[in-house]
Design a protein around this ligand. Sequence first.
Ligand SMILES: Nc1ncnc2c1ncn2[C@@H]1O[C@H](COP(=O)(O)OP(=O)(O)OP(=O)(O)O)[C@@H](O)[C@H]1O
Ligand SMILES: [Mg+2]
Length: 348
Amino acid sequence: MQDAILAEGLVKTFGDVRALDGVDLNVPTGTVLGLLGPNGAGKTTTVRVLTTLLTPDSGRAFVAGHDVLKHPNRVRQSIGLSGQFAAVDEYLTGRENLQMVGELYQMSGRAAKSRAVELLEWFNLAEAADRPTKTYSGGMRRRLDLAAALVVRPPVMFMDEPTTGLDPRNRLALWDVIQKLVEDGTTLLLTTQYLEEADHLAHDIIVVDHGKVIARGTADQLKAQTGGERVEVVVQDRDLIPTAVEVLRGFSREDVAVDKHTRRLTIPVQGGAKLLAEVIRELDARGIEIDDIGLRRPTLDDVFISLTGHHAEAAMGSDDEDGPGSGEDGPGPDAGEAQTAAAGKDVR
Ligand SMILES: Nc1ncnc2c1ncn2[C@@H]1O[C@H](COP(=O)(O)OP(=O)(O)OP(=O)(O)O)[C@@H](O)[C@H]1O
Ligand SMILES: [Mg+2]
């Protein structure tokens, strides 16, 4: 299979910050690559280089067979881009924005109109179609921006955090749209902070941190690398934590993580729902009442801890090289956002 996107050794520095520190990646035609990483990892910078908006200090990249540095115009004609920050004309309505994009790309007025109607429908914007976009909510702008990127059905698409800021219903709707595009043969590179999203949409995932690719694989491979599933139990009575730990030890060779404050015990396991049922029976047999129990899959944070030794939020907002242990300083100012983002993963 040919690569629709290929990058080799991309380096980009901004003053002291090495935003890209030798990024290699490839996306076979007709597949989806999920670029995953915490704030400041280099995701947007990668997208900007590949979409000709930024010149790298070194390295090479090809998109749809064209050299990004030598033939940026050819690249631009083959791609659609939906950026991290919505770029829509505030004074035009949603419909006008989409029609304008179609006309910019030399579609006939009629074709642009009917494509706009179709996209407004796909993105749940039909009702608001004839309002100026300055009256749109953040999520509506985001969706309009995504729709704008799809007006001309480009063979290669870049979406930078397409679902950040969307509510669960619209996130699912967007996932459907993306799946439709891919069925029709579009190649897609999307960045995201949500492992679930990459899991659902991407054939392959690349994890970046500090401008470097630190892991690559399918969602399942990354999760396996992170330790796979785990059982989480919240026991009712703090005094019974030691007994519960004993019970859990019987189900895994790994250590039980204990958070006394929340009375939450966590242990990596293999065996899925069947094993969960056994854990419940055993806890019951020992007279341990539980407030909550569940089988949890790894989160982005788990992948991060396993790959980098620090929490995703510890890497947030720290553009300089972190010393080891900087993760212990506690959450930075953005941590609340990170936690919200993590909570968003359970949306499905
Ligand atoms: N124009 C710029 N000038 C200076 N520094 C920049 C510029 N663009 C990016 N950087 C820096 O490069 C690094 C990578 O930024 P980038 O925007 O690629 O991260 P990201 O992975 O997209 O993060 P986020 O999840 O926050 O969108 C950051 O340290 C950022 O501060
Ligand atoms: Mg970004």
